[in-house]
Ligand binder design. Structure first.
Ligand SMILES: NC(=O)c1ccc[n+]([C@@H]2O[C@H](COP(=O)([O-])OP(=O)(O)OC[C@H]3O[C@@H](n4cnc5c(N)ncnc54)[C@H](O)[C@@H]3O)[C@@H](O)[C@H]2O)c1
Length: 376
């Protein structure tokens, strides 16, 4: 397998942005990627300053995505980017991803995949016709103990799965900061930039992805209640969804951005006939297992008894905490492995299509007055 350092370009992630810097740190963690180009901001001065701060060749700090794709394709093949990371607000994901795939580049895109199922399908079609890889930043799927949870459910430790309960609780939008100059809040509450869902698209999609990944079951039907708690806000800031899953399992998905005081409380519990598991993102290095016939156990990152696929996602000895950037780095490493011709899982087109179908199914159900809506 070819093992040269891969060259990364970035769309978005300029100064003051949230997730772009996390991508850069994660991509660089294992030495697989080097950032060499970008269109970091729609604002010219900010774009230039961002490129300078990142030590990017000024000729490769481009004014916009079109200039980036044209400019990179004009370079010799052994200089141009291999992949583009898209870390802009949601409305730019589909147009940028499709343009980059059609220009011959692999794409690693932020979630939610797009604004709608139709847009997500257009990205899927572009990935298929270009033959390029498309990765999606469902960050939490990169945590070692999420993999451990998934592997234990898959090998049948808990028996047939009955219950899937997932909760994602934040409080940062408890007040009207979206009208007071907070950039991240502004676009997330603007339907033209965020999409059909507010909290639903932003963090509900993470919760949904985690629920299907860990349980190994697809959600077939939803019964939803969306609400807006801050006056004047145009998109949901709190969601409660009942889930029906394959094989008769039942579940609950709750997500909120107005749970005043909460930080990033993503938690999942999955129960089968003999026992269950619980994992919490704010304590990511422990996984609790509970049993009908014996005391609970705590599985620890890099401790004994882990699946080989979990060990492959760990970098430090037990007791040395790993976290968010390492989880993200696991996705970038898997993406690099696939580009180099190897075979490692990362969230991709199928994950994106399912999460967008969830967003549209939940909204359709909330508006319909029907009890259950089937997911397409
Ligand atoms: N995976 C995760 O855990 C996670 C966490 C946070 C955000 N996100 C996702 O990442 C994306 C960005 O979120 P954020 O919080 O970093 O937003 P942000 O507002 O902090 O950053 C967005 C960046 O995009 C840039 N941008 C806007 N229009 C542009 C254009 N036309 N060309 C180039 N750059 C442009 C902005 O200048 C800014 O630098 C969103 O899709 C969000 O859902 C994912």
């Amino acid at each position: 397998m070819e093992k040269r350092i891969l060259r990364l370009g970035m769309a978005g992630g300029g100064e003051g942005a949230f997730i772009g810097a996390i991508h850069r740190n994660a991509a660089g963690l294992d030495g697989d990627w080097r950032l060499v180009a970008g269109a970091f901001s729609g604002d010219e001065a900010r774009n230039r300053r961002s490129g300078e701060a990142l030590h990017i060749d000024p000729a490769r700090t481009y004014a916009n995505i079109d200039a980036l794709l044209t400019g990179e394709n004009a370079l010799p093949a052994d200089e141009r980017i291999d992949a583009l990371a898209i870390v802009t607000p949601n409305h730019l994901h589909a147009p940028m991803a499709i343009a980059a795939l059609d220009a011959g580049f692999h794409v690693f895109c932020e979630k939610p995949m797009a604004m709608s199922v139709v847009e997500a399908e257009a990205i899927a079609a572009a990935a298929a016709r270009s033959g390029r890889h498309f990765g999606l930043a469902f960050t939490y799927s990169g945590y070692p103990l999420v993999e451990e949870a998934r592997a234990r459910v898959e090998r049948g430790d808990f028996g047939k799965i009955r219950l899937v309960q997932v909760e994602y609780s934040q409080g940062w939008l408890a007040q009207a900061i979206d009208t007071e100059g907070n950039k991240q809040a502004e676009w997330r509450t603007d339907p033209a930039k965020a999409g059909l869902g507010g909290c639903l698209g932003d963090i509900g999609t993470h919760a949904y992805h985690l629920a299907e990944l860990v349980s190994g079951l697809r959600v077939t039907e939803v019964c939803a209640d969306l609400s807006i708690h801050v006056a004047g806000r145009r998109l949901d800031d709190d969601i409660n969804v009942l889930l029906r899953l394959e094989g008769g399992a039942r579940g609950v998905l709750k997500a909120s951005q107005v749970a005043a005081g909460d930080e990033n409380g993503l938690k999942i519990r999955v129960h089968g006939e003999h026992g269950g598991l619980e994992w919490s993102q704010m304590e990511p290095n422990s996984l609790t297992l509970r049993w009908l016939d014996r005391p609970a156990e705590t599985v620890r990152a890099a401790g004994p008894g882990l699946a080989p696929s979990t060990l492959a996602r760990l970098r430090t000895p037990s007791g040395h905490p790993e976290g968010y950037i390492e989880a993200f780095a696991n996705l970038y490493r898997a993406f690099a492995t696939r580009i180099r011709g190897g075979d490692e899982w990362f969230p991709s087109v199928e994950d994106g299509l399912r999460t967008m179908a969830f967003v549209e199914g939940v909204i359709a159900n909330d508006r319909s007055g029907e009890k259950w809506t089937a997911l397409g």
